[in-house]
Design a protein around this ligand. Structure first.
Ligand code: NAD
Length: 478
């Protein structure tokens, strides 16, 4: 049984209560790890360690901070295989995917912000008899709370800008997938990150996440997760004016026009629908197809989806692995049942799968549903699994109205070779991110986040460094 520890004040420490929770391997349904069931006392110890480390870390030169972060990035790369295996075991995603996407992106996050901080600058505003200049100072102790779908990828996406900007961090990974964050603590120790700069407290959302959010010494919370929990965090943070960045759920549209590059669209739509078992906040779960190609698309999409191999994450031939946890697996299956009750027709999938030898794992066949109106629950609520709906549309106006017709607004994808139409959609879609003729193509300098119930604030590039710093204007009269 693997035992996970908290990382507090530069050391691996057991939870003060001595309590642990079971960690599951979703591919087999077996318990394989013990995860600290930390509570307010561990959060307190982590905040104290971060507070004690802050003055020195904030005064550490940018070059030195950057150098240590580069070393962390190097060590993530050197440990690629072990990290990918750990991520896959914890999360159920295919190992090849963790190797190709999750872990390389975690080291890129570190490397990117290690470089970005060397380019971060402030403005000066000249008056006839005075000069204003702006300082951007680190906030102090900040909290990060992240989800299970891209564990190390999203964990480092928050930690990297925070520490680059001179803050000290108390980070809470998802209790469902804590293993790669635990391995990162060992990497940080090996890289020479001073004690207390990063503290990792494992455990339940209510016991650790909520305690972190309400802690008076924690100046900001950077959260990625569900809209429900984001709303809880906003409620706690608002009365004490705590800075928050909230990256939340999505119900992203994928709008396909007849004039698109059909083969490229089909190949990418397979990924945007089912990559990571559909558990990426950016996956396109509502697929709108121009009526003239609807039947052709439907036939091709169903045929390709039927051929997608769902299997054990360690099997190189598996295109999809296991769903992250039993509760989430049951939730997705119940959403599929509900879609049927709403009148949806299952074109393929719609059921659990039991790969030989792993019958107790949590596998679901990639599922395509048609025949549902836009305003039904299946098309309005986030499922966050390998489930998409397809719907025909006649006109551009109709497609836009359907795409914008939810409370969410994270990302959207448009497939068309018509440049004017692409620009009209880019301008009029209610989303923080619009991809035209591509999906999940990311430049880490760009602003990342959503509108409506999908998000408050932006991550990425200098936006993240701005979030983790406080501007102060200095005005000097001559
Ligand atoms: P979740 O909201 O259940 O949990 C996210 C994190 O919050 C976990 O670490 C959890 O322990 C913690 N938490 C739970 N209750 C808390 C509370 N009351 N106070 C503070 N922290 C608390 O989300 P999840 O199920 O882990 O992840 C899936 C969700 O994340 C989906 O909705 C998905 O769309 C979203 N997501 C969004 C983005 C984005 O960039 N917008 C990226 C990835 C995932």
């Amino acid at each position: 049984m693997k035992q996970i520890h908290n990382y507090i004040n530069g050391a691996l420490t057991p939870p003060l209560s001595g309590n642990y929770m079971d960690g599951y391997d979703p591919a087999s349904g077996e318990v394989y790890s013990q995860v600290p069931d930390s509570d307010a006392s561990d959060v307190e110890a982590a905040v104290e360690a971060a507070e004690a480390a802050f003055a020195e870390w904030a005064a550490t030169s940018i070059d030195e901070r950057s150098r240590i972060m580069m070393r962390i990035a190097d060590l993530i790369e050197e440990n690629l295989d072990d990290l990918a295996k750990a991520e896959s075991l914890d999360n159920g995603k295919p190992i090849w995917l963790a190797k190709r996407v999750d872990i390389p992106r975690a080291s890129s996050n570190m490397r990117f912000f290690a470089q970005a901080i060397t380019q971060f600058s402030t403005q000066a505003h000249e008056m006839t008899n005075a000069i204003n200049y702006t300082l951007r100072q680190p906030l102090g102790v900040v909290g990060t709370i992240s989800p299970w779908n891209l564990p190390l990828y999203l964990f480092t996406w928050k930690i990297a800008p925070a520490i680059a900007a001179g803050n000290c961090v108390v980070a809470k990974p998802s209790e469902v997938t804590p293993m790669s964050a635990f391995l990162l603590s060992e990497i940080c120790m090996a890289a020479g990150l001073p004690k207390g700069v990063l503290n990792i407290v494992h455990g339940d959302g209510l016991k650790v996440g909520a305690e972190l959010t309400k802690h008076p010494k924690v100046k900001a919370i950077s959260f990625t997760g569900s809209t429900r929990v984001g709303a809880e965090i906003a409620k706690v943070a608002a009365p004490v004016f705590k800075k928050v960045s909230l990256e939340m759920g999505g119900k992203n549209p994928n709008i396909i026009f007849a004039d698109c590059d059909y083969n490229k669209m089909l190949k990418t739509t397979m990924r945007s629908s089912f990559a990571n078992q559909g558990q990426i906040c950016l996956c396109g779960s509502r697929i709108y197809v121009e009526e003239t190609i609807y039947e052709k698309f439907k036939a091709d999409f169903v045929e390709r989806t039927k051929a997608l191999k769902v299997g054990h994450p360690a099997d190189e031939t598996s295109r999809m692995g296991a769903i992250v946890s039993k509760p989430h697996y049951e939730k997705i299956l119940s959403c599929i049942e509900f879609a049927k009750e709403e009148g949806g027709k299952i074109l393929t999938g719609g059921e659990a799968i039991f790969p030989k030898g792993y019958e107790k794992g949590y596998y679901i066949a990639p599922t395509i549903i048609e025949g549902l109106p836009n305003n039904c629950r299946t098309n309005q609520e986030e499922i966050f699994g390998p489930v998409v709906t397809i719907m025909p549309f006649k006109t551009e106006e109709e497609a836009l109205e359907l795409a914008n017709g939810t409370n969410y607004g994270l990302s959207s994808t448009v497939w068309t070779e018509n440049l004017s139409r692409a620009n009209r959609f880019a301008k009029n879609l209610h989303a923080g991110i619009v991809w035209v003729n591509t999906w999940l193509l990311r430049d880490l300098r760009t602003p990342f986040g959503g509108v409506k119930s999908s998000g408050v604030g932006r991550e990425g590039g200098f936006e993240a460094l701005r979030f983790f710093t406080e501007p102060k204007n200095v005005c000097i009269q001559f």
